[in-house]
Write a protein that binds this ligand. Structure first.
Ligand code: GCB
Ligand code: CA
Length: 898
C-alpha cells in the first residue's frame, strides 16, 4: 500500500515539477567595465577615475601582462568592475543573489552603490543577496540594478597567504552568476554551500548508509509548510532510495534538518578504477499547491578509507598507493583567468598519466576540479592558503577559520575528497629567530591557530582526515608541537634539488618516520625542468630534461618500495607563475611535468610509463626534435651519436632510425636507452615494443651535425653556449645552441677560462648565476660564462665572418636568496667585481675597454657583433685582453658572410 502511495506521489510531483523553475542560475560574465585605480576610495567616485576604463569579460585578471613582461613585481592594488544587470521585474517576489566563484583577493560588492557584501580570501566562493537593494519598476517588464565590485590584491597582513611561491593574481578570475530562488530555498547563504551535506558513516560491499543534513532558508514573512524529497539515483540513473518528509519552516532563518535515508544495498563502490557516482537530488515542494520551490543535486560515492602508520592507505579495504601531483590554477598567457575547458583537460591529463591522487594546492580551486575528480576517480586533498608565515592577530585567525569553513561547506559532498589540509610550510619564514622567547610566543600562536582550524575541521567533518604539510625541517615543526595537531603529516622534500643529493632521501624519511608516528604523505617533491635545456651530464639544478627524469626515477622507485609512505604528490603537475622566481625561465616555477601551456616534458612520459597499466611507449626525443646541434663523432663521418630515452612499461623495445633497426633493448625500470647515430638533417625515429600488443611512437629529429674540422664551414654557422655543458634550444626562433668545448687543433673552442661559479657559502651550485637576466628570455645562456677567458678560436677557411659575442655581468649587488630556497645552507653572497676588457679578432680591434657593469649594469644581456676578414692559413682568433679584473664570455655565434 505504502509503495503505491509513493508512486502516486512521485507522479504527482513530477507532473507539477514541469510547471516551475525552481532555481535560476546563469553567468553574467560579459561586458563589465573595468578600471585599475588605487586612487578611488569611495564607490561614488568610480566615474571620476582618471584612469581609462576598458571593457572586459570575466574570467579576468589584471595581472596577465605583468607576468610576461620583464619588470619585477606586479600590480597589487584595487581594480573596479561595474555592470548593469537586467532582470524580469517578476523577480521582486523571489530572492536574487550574485554568486561569485572566486575574486582575488578581497572583494567588496556594491549594489546600486550600497555595500552589499565584503568577502575576504581569493579562492572560495561567496554569495551576495541583492534583492533588498534593487528598485523593481512594476510599470515595466524588466528592472535593472548596478553592480560594482572592488577587487583588491594588495598585501594585507591579515589576509592569508602573506607570502608564497606563486603570483597572487587580482581580479574576478572565476565565473560570476546571477542566482534566483524562491523565498524558500536551500540555504546557499550558508558559506556558499548548496545547503545539503551528505555523509556515509558506514559503508561496506553489502550496504551503504546515507545521512543528509539539509539547511533550508525561509525568506518569507511567515512559517511555511513544505515537503522535502530526497532521492538517490544509482550510476545507471535508476532511483534506488527515496524519502519524503513534511517540514515546517520558521521565517527569516535557516531551518536545519537531519535526514537518515534507508541504506543502499550492495552499493557499487567508488574507487579510481570504478568511479561509480550516485546522485542525490533534494527537492523542496510547497505543501499547499505541490509546486517545486527548489532543487539541488549532489554527488554521492560509496567508499571507505583508512590511513595506517606502517601500511599506508586503504580504500574499500584494499591497499592503494596514492600517486599523483599538485596543481596550481594558471595557464600560459591568461594567468589564472581560465575557461572551464582547461580545468577539465588538466584532470583528464592527470588521469592519462596514471594519477590516482591530487593535492589541490595551495588553495581551493574552480568547482570543476573536484567534480572531475569525482567523475574520473582521482582521490584529492584541498587546502586553505596559510603559507610560509603568519600574522599574530585576531583578524588573521578569523580569516584563516572562515576560509577553512567555506572550503569545507562548499566541497563537502565530493566522494573523491579524502583529506582537508591547511597551513603549508608555515614555519618556512619564521619571525623573531634571534629572540628565542619571542620565537616561542610566535610558534605558540601558530600551534594554537592550527588547533583552532583542526577542531573546526573535525567538528564539521568527522569522516575525513586532516593534514598539515611541512618543509623538510623536522625539528622546526616538531619542537613547538605542530606535528601533533593534524591526523596526517605531509612533507615537502627537495633533496637533490635545492640542496643535498637525492640519494639522501631514505635516510631523511626514516628520520622523520622515527620521530613522527603518524601516517605520512610526501606532499611535494620535484625538480625544475626547462624543456629548452638538455644535458649529457645531468646534475642538480641544471633544469635539464635529463636530470628531471633521473630525479623522479629515484624518488618514485623509493616511494613504490615503501608502504609506510601512504601517498606522494609531485610538485607540480604544470609549470606556474611565480613573479619573484629566478629560474631558467623568468618568473616561472618550472617543476611541472607539463609546461605552462601543458605540453608534456619527458618526466610526464616517465610517469605514464611507470603508472599506466595498459601498454605504453613514448619517445623522449619528441620534445627535442625540432632543432639541435651536436658535433660529429669522428672527423669526417658526419654523424653525431646521442642517447635517446624511450619510456615504456613493456620489457623490450626496438628502435628504427630512418627505416633501419638499431636493435632490441631491454628496459631498465621503465626506460630503454639507445645510442643513436644521427645524420646531418632530418632523422626519423620509430620505437616499437616487442611481444604482446605492439605500441609504437615516432619522432623527427632535425640535427645540424657540426664538423670537427671547419674546412667546410656550416651554412647556419655556430651558436655556442659558452661556460656551459648544456644544450639550449631557443624555441621562440628555433635556434639550437651547443655547449662549449676546449679548442683542439684544426677545430674550434675556447682557450683558457673557468666556468662561472655562483659565489656561495658552503655549497657549490653547478649552474651559473641565479639571477634574472634583463634583455632576454634566454636566461640560461647568459647565466653561464667563462671567466678569465683568453681566446676563442675557430680554424676556419678564409672569408668574411660575422662574430657575435654575448655577455652579461654576473657579479653584482644582488645577493638574492632564492624566493624558495628550501636548503638551509645555500645563501648567495653579493660580490661586485669591477672588470674592463678589450676584444680583438686577429689583428682587428672589436671593442675597447668594455665595461659591462658601468655601461649596461649587472645581469643585462649584451650582444656585440663584429666583422672580420680571415686570410689564407690564418685562424679566426678572438682575443680577450684584460684591463681590470677577468674577461668573460657567455656565448658566441659565428656566421660566414662570404
Ligand atoms: C615548496 C612550496 C611550494 C613551492 C615549492 C618550490 O615547498 O610549498 O609552494 O613552489 O616548494 O618549487 O620551491
Ligand atoms: Ca653561457
Amino acid at each position: 500500500m505504502k509503495k503505491h502511495l509513493l508512486i502516486f506521489l512521485v507522479i504527482l510531483f513530477s507532473l507539477s515539477n514541469n510547471l516551475t523553475n525552481a532555481q535560476i542560475k546563469y553567468t553574467v560574465n560579459e561586458d563589465w567595465k573595468f578600471v585599475k585605480d588605487n586612487g578611488i576610495t569611495k564607490v561614488e567616485d568610480i566615474s571620476k577615475s582618471k584612469e581609462k576604463s576598458i571593457q572586459v569579460d570575466i574570467p579576468h585578471t589584471w595581472n596577465d601582462k605583468d607576468v610576461i613582461d620583464e619588470e619585477e613585481g606586479y600590480y597589487r592594488g584595487s581594480g573596479w568592475y561595474s555592470k548593469t544587470i537586467k532582470i524580469p521585474t517578476a523577480y521582486k517576489d523571489k530572492q536574487v543573489f550574485l554568486f561569485f566563484e572566486g575574486v582575488g583577493m578581497v572583494a567588496e560588492v556594491y549594489v546600486n552603490k550600497q555595500l552589499a557584501s565584503k568577502h575576504i580570501g581569493g579562492f572560495t566562493r561567496f554569495v551576495v543577496p541583492v534583492s533588498k537593494y534593487v528598485k523593481f519598476d512594476t510599470s515595466k517588464e524588466y528592472s535593472t540594478f548596478e553592480v560594482i565590485v572592488k577587487a583588491n590584491n594588495a598585501f594585507d597582513k591579515d589576509v592569508p597567504p602573506l607570502h608564497a611561491d606563486f603570483t597572487f593574481f587580482g581580479g574576478i578570475y572565476r565565473d560570476v552568476n546571477l542566482l534566483v530562488t524562491e523565498k524558500v530555498h536551500f540555504n546557499i547563504e550558508d558559506y556558499a554551500s548548496n545547503g545539503v551535506f551528505i555523509t556515509t558513516p558506514k559503508v561496506s560491499e553489502k550496504s551503504g548508509e546515507v545521512n543528509l543534513k539539509v539547511k533550508i532558508k525561509n525568506d518569507d514573512a511567515s512559517t511555511q509548510k513544505v515537503k522535502l524529497l530526497a532521492k538517490v539515483y544509482a550510476p545507471n540513473q535508476k532511483l534506488v532510495q527515496e524519502k519524503i518528509v513534511s517540514l515546517s519552516l520558521k521565517p527569516g532563518i535557516s531551518n536545519d534538518f537531519d535526514l537518515k535515508l534507508n541504506s543502499v544495498l550492495n552499493p557499487e563502490l567508488w574507487s579510481p578504477d570504478t568511479p561509480n557516482l550516485y546522485r542525490v537530488v533534494c527537492e523542496i515542494v510547497d505543501s499547499k499547491n505541490n509546486t517545486k520551490l527548489d532543487e539541488t543535486s549532489n554527488p554521492l560515492g560509496f567508499r571507505w578509507f583508512t590511513f595506517d602508520v606502517d601500511k599506508g592507505f586503504f580504500l574499500n579495504g584494499k591497499h592503494l598507493k596514492l600517486i599523483g601531483t599538485n596543481r596550481h590554477q594558471d595557464f600560459k598567457a591568461i594567468s589564472n583567468a581560465l575557461p572551464d575547458y582547461i580545468h577539465v583537460e588538466d584532470i583528464l591529463k592527470m588521469k592519462a598519466m596514471g594519477s590516482n591522487f591530487l593535492r589541490i594546492a595551495h588553495y581551493p580551486q574552480d568547482p570543476i576540479i573536484l567534480e572531475m575528480c569525482d567523475r574520473l576517480g582521482i582521490l584529492a586533498t584541498v587546502e586553505t592558503p596559510v603559507i610560509d608565515t603568519v600574522t599574530e592577530s585576531e583578524a588573521f585567525t578569523q580569516n584563516c577559520l572562515s576560509a577553512q569553513m567555506e572550503m569545507i561547506r562548499q566541497n563537502y559532498n565530493h566522494p573523491s575528497l579524502i583529506i582537508w589540509v591547511y597551513m603549508n610550510e608555515v614555519i618556512l619564514h619564521p619571525k623573531f629567530t634571534d629572540d628565542k622567547k619571542r620565537y616561542d610566543v610566535y610558534t605558540k600562536y601558530i600551534v594554537d591557530l592550527a588547533k583552532k582550524i583542526e577542531n573546526l575541521t573535525r567538528k564539521e567533518d568527522p569522516y575525513r582526515y586532516t593534514m598539515i604539510p611541512n618543509h623538510n625541517s623536522l625539528e622546526r615543526y616538531q619542537e613547538p608541537g605542530l606535528t601533533e595537531v593534524p591526523m596526517i603529516v605531509g612533507w615537502n622534500i627537495y633533496l637533490g634539488w635545492y640542496g643535498g643529493s637525492y640519494d639522501l632521501l631514505p635516510e631523511n624519511i626514516n628520520k622523520i618516520r622515527k620521530a613522527i608516528k603518524k601516517p605520512m604523505i610526501i606532499t611535494e617533491y620535484g625538480a625544475g625542468v626547462d624543456p629548452r635545456l638538455h644535458s649529457l651530464y645531468p646534475m642538480r639544478f641544471d633544469y635539464s630534461q635529463e636530470y628531471g627524469t633521473e630525479f623522479h626515477k629515484y624518488y618514485l622507485d623509493y616511494f613504490m618500495k615503501n608502504d609506510f609512505i601512504a601517498g606522494v604528490n609531485v610538485w607540480n603537475y604544470a609549470d606556474f607563475n611565480s613573479e619573484d622566481r629566478v629560474d631558467a625561465v623568468q618568473s616561472i616555477n618550472n617543476k611541472g611535468l607539463v609546461g605552462l601551456d601543458r605540453s608534456p616534458k619527458d618526466v610526464y612520459f616517465f610517469y605514464q610509463a611507470s603508472l599506466l597499466k595498459k601498454p605504453f611507449l613514448a619517445l623522449g626525443t619528441k620534445t627535442w626534435g625540432k632543432q639541435r646541434t651536436y658535433i660529429e663523432d669522428k672527423e669526417g663521418v658526419g654523424i653525431s651519436t646521442m642517447p635517446v630515452q624511450i619510456f615504456t612499461n613493456q620489457s623490450e623495445v626496438e628502435l628504427f632510425l630512418n627505416g633501419k633497426s638499431l636493435g632490441i633493448k631491454k628496459t631498465e625500470g621503465v626506460i630503454a636507452t639507445f645510442n643513436v647515430p644521427f645524420i646531418n638533417g632530418i632523422n626519423q625515429l620509430i620505437a616499437k615494443t616487442k611481444g604482446g600488443t605492439v605500441v609504437e611512437d615516432f619522432s623527427t629529429v632535425q640535427i645540424n651535425v657540426l664538423p670537427i674540422s671547419l674546412k667546410q664551414f656550416p651554412a647556419n654557422g655556430f651558436s655556442i653556449n659558452v661556460g656551459d655543458k648544456r644544450f639550449f634550444y631557443d624555441d621562440a626562433i628555433d635556434q639550437a645552441w651547443m655547449f662549449d668545448k676546449e679548442y683542439t687543433p684544426g677545430s674550434w673552442g675556447h682557450i683558457g677560462g673557468k666556468p662561472y661559479v655562483r659565489p656561495e657559502k658552503n655549497v657549490q651550485q653547478p649552474y651559473g648565476a641565479k639571477q634574472t637576466i634583463k634583455g632576454t628570455f634566454n636566461d640560461p645562456i647568459y647565466q653561464t660564462q667563462l671567466v678569465g677567458i683568453e681566446q676563442y678560436r675557430f680554424d676556419v677557411p678564409p672569408g668574411v665572418y660575422e662574430v657575435t659575442m654575448h655577455f652579461a655581468e654576473l657579479e653584482g649587488s644582488k645577493a638574492k636568496h632564492l624566493p624558495y630556497d628550501l636548503s638551509e645552507e645555500s645563501k648567495e653572497v653579493a660580490k661586485i667585481t669591477n672588470r674592463t676588457f678589450s676584444v680583438s679578432i686577429n689583428d682587428k680591434k672589436i671593442v675597447d675597454k668594455l665595461d659591462l657593469l658601468g655601461q649596461y649594469g649587472e645581469y643585462r644581456a649584451v650582444k656585440i657583433k663584429g666583422e672580420i676578414t680571415v686570410k689564407e692559413a690564418e685562424p679566426l682568433l678572438v682575443n680577450f685582453k684584460k684591463n681590470v679584473g677577468e674577461p668573460v664570455l657567455n656565448a658566441i655565434e659565428i656566421y660566414k658572410k662570404l
